[in-house]
Design a protein around this ligand. Sequence first.
Ligand code: FDP
Length: 326
Amino acid sequence: MEQERLHPEATGELSNLLYDLCLAAKIISRQVRRAGLSDILGEMGTTNVQGELQQKLDVFANETVRHSVQHTGRICIMGSEEDENPVPVPPGKPAGKYVLLYDPLDGSANIDVNVSIGTIFSIHRRVSPKKTGPGTLADCLQRGRKQIAAGYILYGSSTMLVYTTGSGVHGFTLDPTIGEFLLSHPHIRTPEVGKYYSVNESHWDQWTPGVQRAVAAFKNGDGAGKGRVEAKNARYIGSLVADFHRNLMSGGVFLYPADTRSPQGKLRLLYEAAPLAFVVEQAGGLATDGGQPILDQTPTTLHQRTPLVIGSKADVNFATEVIGSS
Ligand code: FDP
């Protein structure tokens, strides 16, 4: 509400879209909290003891987000990690001026082992010349710099919504006793230099010499004195949202570089890297692909991958310089 008042021209539609996402987050959070209890961890297509068709949690999350937004008249098209093609609003339903891109449940390898996971979202304005009816792929393929809102929901020791609309980053914690997100972390700023580096070092042999040098410097310090890198502590959960959130709050750098097995990197530009890049820049940090800022990349496909270096500004600048010089 406070943010909306900064824009006298605002119609309230964006706030309502964010509320729609909060509703989805509460439903997903409830299901995640019951994950070990509710037979929900089964494979798709199998039947549970009640004879109901089991749904994997990531499929459940995908549908929950879709159902929470597609009939509201606020969006014209959605793109999700779980859907091969963009999903326009259903025929006959009102289409709005926003585009939603999302990763319904990031860190899926951690679902079955009770480790933090998250939902990531990115919101753009529609750009297709037709102002009514369903949106098009072109609405989804916009540069990160054009995002008007982005954020994530972390299902961790508590459930937290962290978002930006371009006026800073704000964190809300879900109070399960009243079912509301309460503003717990206004105006989040990330430290200029981080304490942690987060990378899957088992990929070392597949990295370029530049990536190896950057990671070695984060691990050991580069010995070059003031303005260079001090040795950092390592933390890698393997859930992007959780690794990102810890580094945002405590300071740190997360790397998922390109390697010989994934020459474009592993993470997705539109609904993983770009929204987190918007959040981190708004918190005073930085995100690059090891060369250019993530927010300046031009997407050509919905599920495009990108290398990612994200976190505290000085550390991302250092890694980008070292990777680029190899
Ligand atoms: P996951 O495969 O479990 O969905 O988005 C993909 C992602 O998780 C990120 O959340 C995580 O940071 C990364 O992949 C982990 O990949 P590695 O196992 O290769 O480290």
